[in-house]
Each structure stands twice: as structure tokens, then as C-alpha cells.
Design a protein around this ligand. Structure first.
Ligand code: PRT
Ligand code: ZN
Length: 210
């Protein structure tokens, strides 16, 4: 049977738990840090190590069959993929943050304001849902320093402990969406026996954790 390919994050917050999940499923593989692909010795699976942002696109195009990635990244990519299983790790919330002394008091106050983010698509959707228009400043990182530099009135970024907001003189203002790591698949994979076996193993690992 043809091997399936699963894409996981190469390094970063989801890498270790993704690798651990696959190992807990009984999969035997070398976790080479330097190679981009590894073959599982005892299962019909190859593992691709990628930047998380590339995972939804690879899966949507069928270059990978499966992927493990944050919901925030899936949503922002706007790629069409199937949610197979919520994985319970990588939990965080995409939030709007504002300066501690901001005069922004309720959502309507965001009207016409400048908001810096690496998530322009999700933010645009959120604003539209609330009939707001704001100036979205798309930047590629270190979003939390934007208000202090005078680049924006607010930010929209991932928050987990809130420590980064706080240390940049910001406070959480509104929740945009929650996120956790998800096992995704390409379309047309539903009856695949390798996937069925893998999914059963993943689900029993998750049940054992409850
Ligand atoms: O290199 P690559 O592109 O693969 O990785 P990356 O740098 O884009 O992502 P990475 O590894 O930082 O995060 C991967 C995924 O983990 C994210 O897409 C989220 O789904 C999830 N996740 C969970 C988080 C966080 N928690 C998190 N705290 N992603 C980012 N953060 C950052 C956030 O951007 C902010 O700068 O941590 C900071 C805030 O953390 P606190 O604890 O100070 O609030
Ligand atoms: Zn990324």
C-alpha cells in the first residue's frame, strides 16, 4: 500500500508535541532535526517537517495527505482541508490587545483605528462580523511593539499567558478566536485504511490522557 505523508512543524511550539503524539501512537522513526522527511519504520507513513504556515497549503494541494497545525494557521490560510481530530495541545487565543491607557472601551471604538497583525484574514472577518472597518496593518512579526512605535492603535495576535502583552504595555481587549492543534487531511481520504488505523491510534492516545 502507498505510504501516506503527514506534515508536522519542523521546529517551534507544536513540533515536540506533534512528534510525541506520533511516537505515542507506536510509530518508530528517527526525529532527524536536519532532514525534511523521514520514513516511519513500522507504519505506512512518511513525515514531512515544514514551517507551520506551509502545512494547510501542502495538504490542500495533496502534496501531504495529513497535517498537524494550529487552527489559527488553517483559518488564516483559507485553504480547504478536512478537520479529522482536535488534539488538545497548542491551545491559545487570537486576541485584540490595546495599550494599557487606551481610550478604546468597547468594540465600536475600533472603528477607523489601525490594528497591526500577522493574521489579516481572520481579523478582517472578525471586523466584518461586527460591522466595523479598521485599517489593518499587516506585519510579519513582533506585533506587540507596533502600538509603542506609533504604528497602530491596537494589535491582533496570539496570546497564551498574556505575558508578552503585559511586558509591552498592552492589555487584552477582545477575543477573536480560540485555537488548538488539529489533525487535518486532504479531501478524498476518508476511507483510506492507513488513515483509519492512524486515527484510531490517535484517538486512543487522547482517551488515555483524559
Ligand atoms: O517557524 P514556524 O513558522 O513553523 O513557526 P511560528 O514561529 O510561526 O509558530 P510558533 O512555533 O510560534 O507557534 C506555532 C503555533 O503554536 C501557533 O500557530 C499557535 O497555534 C500555537 N501557539 C500556542 C502559539 C502560542 N501558544 C503563543 N503563545 N503561537 C504563538 N505564540 C506567541 C504569540 O505570537 C506571542 O508573540 O507567543 C507570544 C504570546 O505568548 P504569551 O504566553 O506571552 O501570551
Ligand atoms: Zn509560522
Amino acid at each position: 500500500m502507498k505510504n501516506l505523508k503527514i506534515a508536522i512543524q519542523k521546529s517551534g511550539r507544536l513540533n515536540e508535541k506533534s512528534v510525541q503524539l506520533l511516537k505515542n501512537c507506536g510509530l518508530d522513526f528517527e526525529n532527524y532535526k536536519s532532514s525534511l522527511i523521514t520514513t516511519v519504520n513500522n507504519f505506512n507513513l512518511e513525515i514531512l517537517f515544514l514551517r507551520d504556515d506551509d502545512i494547510p497549503g501542502y495538504v490542500a494541494q495533496g502534496i501531504a495527505d495529513l497535517g498537524i497545525v494550529g487552527e489559527n494557521v488553517i483559518d488564516e490560510s483559507q485553504e480547504k482541508v478536512i478537520y479529522l481530530q482536535r488534539l488538545g495541545f497548542g491551545r491559545c487565543t487570537l486576541k485584540i490587545g490595546i495599550p494599557k491607557d487606551s481610550d478604546i472601551k468597547d468594540l465600536q471604538d475600533l472603528q477607523g483605528k489601525a490594528i497591526a497583525t500577522t493574521y489579516p484574514n481572520i481579523l478582517q472577518e472578525f471586523l466584518a462580523e461586527h460591522n466595523l472597518s479598521a485599517e489593518i496593518q499587516q506585519i510579519s512579526g513582533s506585533v506587540e511593539i507596533a502600538p509603542g512605535l506609533g504604528l497602530s492603535d491596537a494589535i491582533c495576535d496570539i496570546v497564551s499567558t498574556g505575558g508578552t502583552l503585559k511586558s509591552n504595555g498592552l492589555k487584552p481587549f477582545a477575543d477573536v478566536r480560540r485555537s488548538e492543534a488539529i489533525l487535518i487531511g486532504r479531501e478524498g481520504l476518508a476511507e483510506n485504511p492507513i488513515l483509519c488505523e492512524l486515527l484510531q491510534r490517535v484517538q486512543s492516545v487522547l482517551r488515555a490522557k483524559e
